[in-house]
Structure formats: C-alpha cells, structure tokens
Design a protein around this ligand. Structure first.
Ligand SMILES: [Cu+2]
Length: 180
C-alpha cells in the first residue's frame, strides 16, 4: 500500500465517522445504525443536521384491510418535513402482501398505475412489484420543493384503494412532525 491509497482509505473512514459521506450507500448504512423514528413516533430529527428519519410500516394494525401505512389510509396521516431537509425513509412490510413506498405528487391520487416519484430516488426498489417479509428497505431523498405530496404504495391498485399518507414539505416548519 502506498501513501496515496492509505490517504484515500482514511478519507472514507473519516467520512463514515463524521456522517458527511455523500454517497447514498453511506447514508443508508448510517440510517440503519441509528434510526430515530419508531412505531407511533413515525418521524423524528435524524442524527445529522437538517435530516429527518421517517418510518413507514405497511398494513400496521391491519387498518383498511392492510391497505394503509402506519395505521392510516386515504392520506389521513400528515407528515411535515422542513424544506430542504434530507429524509431517510425506512420501510417495513411484515404482511404477506407485497407493498412499496414512493413519494409522489398529490395529483397521483386517483391513478391506478403509472407513478413517478416527486424527488430523485424517492422510492423503494421496484415499487410496482414491492416486497413483503422480514427486514426493511431504505431510501433517502431531499425535500427540495415545498408542497403537498403523497407517501404512496406503488403496487398497482393499492394507492387508489387508500394506501397512502400525506407528506407536506414546508417553508415555515423548523422540525419534522406528524399529525392525524
Ligand atoms: Cu401496497
């Protein structure tokens, strides 16, 4: 190993330790290590500045026959994120029916298929197919434009059946919050 490669390794380790890593993979690893949102406390300040942790659980307490997130359907749960904050989303689906999460424009309401995320990377992998079972899926996006959006299941037919919550990106909010 020459000095140059030692230096590079040190920079990567320093970025991991300081929480300043720019790569999505680094951010996701950190969010898994210390995730501040918990069931019933769905969104919270993250461990880095201007970062929110948002937990989304499909079919929680089987509300709306499982077509729900965090125990709410039809947009009744409202999550507020300050404009410009980074959001780490952790998605769990312990039910046997595949589900997914996308952050989509409010105009998506009423559509059965053809969903596009409102922000880059604001979706779980392969959202039209979804996943079920153990573990969690994570993604991170930046709430870069104020407005009202939906936390939407991308499996065709689920959103239109009520499987969505509301997400507001707010210019005036100073901290993440939720209400129902
Ligand atoms: Cu679903």
């Amino acid at each position: 190993m020459n000095w140059k490669s030692i230096g590079t390794t040190w920079l990567v380790l320093a970025a991991l330790a300081a929480g300043t890593g720019g790569a999505g993979g680094v951010a996701q690893a950190q969010a898994k290590a210390v995730f501040t949102a918990t069931p019933g406390h769905w969104v919270a300040k993250g461990t880095s500045a201007k970062t929110a942790d948002l937990l989304v659980i499909a079919g929680y307490k089987n509300v709306n026959n499982g077509m729900s997130f965090n125990g709410y359907a039809n947009g009744q749960l409202k999550v507020t994120i300050p404009l410009g904050w980074k959001v780490n989303v952790k998605f769990e689906n312990p039910s046997p029916i595949p589900h997914s999460v996308m952050i989509v424009p409010a105009a998506t309401k009423g559509k059965a298929t053809g969903f596009t995320p409102a922000f880059p990377h604001a979706e779980t992998p392969n959202p039209s197919r979804g996943y079920s079972g153990k573990g969690a899926q994570m993604f991170t996006f930046t709430a870069s434009k104020a407005g009202t959006y939906l936390i939407w299941c991308g499996v065709p037919g689920h959103g239109i059946a009520g499987m969505y919550d509301t997400l507001v990106v707010s210019k005036s909010a100073r901290a993440p919050s939720f209400s129902a």
